[in-house]
Design a protein around this ligand. Structure first.
Ligand code: ADE
Length: 422
């Protein structure tokens, strides 16, 4: 382990490999590249101290390099104990001079020590994925709040926590909910999670998905993506939901919809994507078939009741990387992937760079917007302006070589009038 004021990473000698992989991801991030070129000229973030609590991946490294090009003075820490790519953390420190506090497999104490280390940077702006940085700032590091002009939040779970802080009147600075941009959740949450969760399950287990019954718990944007990709791999997909509209949508999308306890008895593979606690609970675990696999795609490791699983099992054994086998008293065995942490970032590499390109374009443009507008904003949760969101979509289409139509003057006028009817 290498600990220094420039960060805390597992093995600095992995930096060259990390640098190559960061460059590989960059090829798939044309929108961020364009923003970076402008940032390098205009330096919109000059002198801004930023602390980012993000998954330390090749894609995040490209965001960090973009913000640094824009003049930001940036420090990073991990937003999950299992999601760090150690070679990337090493490269950030030694190749790019970005202090990074992140080690894959770090325990909870180290995880929070790293968050505190990132806060020791005394940020003017925060960047969070899950809201642990902002929560720590608002609880144990309140003295740092006056220097913070605002922040950005990447994910649904973080936005839910921030809206609760806003509602309770405890949020102390404005936050841009990057997650709520169309160019974020419609693509990252759906296609990114859809593909990377399947990738994580397959890398961890090497199982065949065709012909298997996959139970997707929760039909938000992530659940929709996972269900669609599992179906694409030939699985029979069951959706469980508590929201009647989403359940109806799942049904009309062609999936079987069942109550959780019924699905528990027939599923081969379970994937949680709800953002809620114990959505796979002791009664579900009790009824699972021999050989069942259980994985979580949500931000926190709270969705599967692991304590109940430990209680039900008479034996537990790690049978492969990221696979724990639990044996029940009657001989049935169920398998928990990645200790119930997000399977895509633990057992695989998270979302592909092409989709993170748009998410992180929102982060980069969001940080510039926050700096320009912080004085007008209150201590509330905001979305990015629609024109920035549309511009990111336009740039992505352009990078992909896809052209679209524009309204004619006649059509534009028609849409803005009310007189014409049948
Ligand atoms: N969240 C999901 N996938 C990610 C990735 N590849 N990099 C950073 N954050 C992510």
């Amino acid at each position: 382990m290498t600990t220094s004021t420039r960060g805390d990473v597992k093995d600095i000698s992995q930096a060259a490999r990390g640098k190559d992989r960061i460059a590989w991801a960059a090829k798939e991030m044309p929108v961020l590249r364009l923003i970076g070129e402008r940032f390098r000229k205009d330096l919109p973030l000059k002198g801004v101290r930023m602390s980012g609590c993000l998954h330390i991946t090749t894609e995040t490294a490209n965001l960090a390099i973009t913000l640094q090009a824009g003049g930001a003075d940036l420090v990073l820490c991990a937003s999950n104990p299992l999601s760090t790519q150690d070679d990337v953390a090493a490269a950030l420190v030694s190749e790019y001079g970005i202090s990074t506090f992140a080690i894959k497999g770090e325990d909870e104490d180290t995880y929070y020590r790293h968050i505190h280390a990132a806060l020791d940077h005394k940020p003017n702006m925060t960047m969070d994925d899950g809201c642990d940085l902002v929560t720590t700032l608002h609880t144990t590091r309140k003295e740092l709040i006056p220097a913070v002009i605002g922040g950005m939040e990447e994910t649904t779970t973080g936005v839910i926590r921030l809206r609760s802080m806003e509602k309770q009147g405890v949020l102390k600075f404005p936050i841009l909910a990057v997650n709520d941009s169309d160019t974020k959740h419609l693509f990252d949450n759906r296609y990114g999670t859809g593909q990377s969760v399947i990738d994580g399950i397959v890398r961890a287990t090497n199982i065949l998905l065709a012909g298997r019954t996959v139970v997707v718990v929760g039909y938000g944007w992530c659940g929709r993506g996972i269900a669609s990709r599992a179906r694409g791999m030939g699985s029979n997909v069951i959706v469980t939901e508590v929201n009647p509209t989403r359940a109806l949508e799942a049904l009309m999308d062609g999936y079987r919809v069942l109550p959780g306890l019924e699905a528990a008895t027939v599923g081969d593979i379970f994937v949680t994507a709800t953002g809620n606690i114990n959505v796979i609970d002791e009664p579900h675990l009790e009824h699972m078939k021999d050989g069942a696999l259980i994985a979580n795609a949500g931000h926190f490791n709270a969705e599967i009741n692991i304590a109940a699983l430990e209680h039900l099992a008479t034996a537990k054994r790690r049978v492969r990387d990221f696979v724990d086998e639990y044996t029940y008293a009657d001989g049935r065995q169920v398998h928990l992937l990645a200790e119930g942490r997000l399977v895509n970032l633990s057992a695989a590499e998270g979302h592909p760079a092409s989709v993170m390109d748009m998410s992180f374009a929102n982060q980069a443009l969001g940080s510039e917007y926050m700096l320009q507008h912080a004085k007008e904003l209150q201590a509330r949760v905001y979305t990015l302006p629609a024109d920035l969101d549309k511009e990111i979509a336009r740039l992505k289409l352009q990078a992909m070589g896809v052209r679209i139509d524009t309204l004619t003057a006649e059509q534009d006028k028609y849409l803005n009038s009310w007189e014409a009817g049948t």
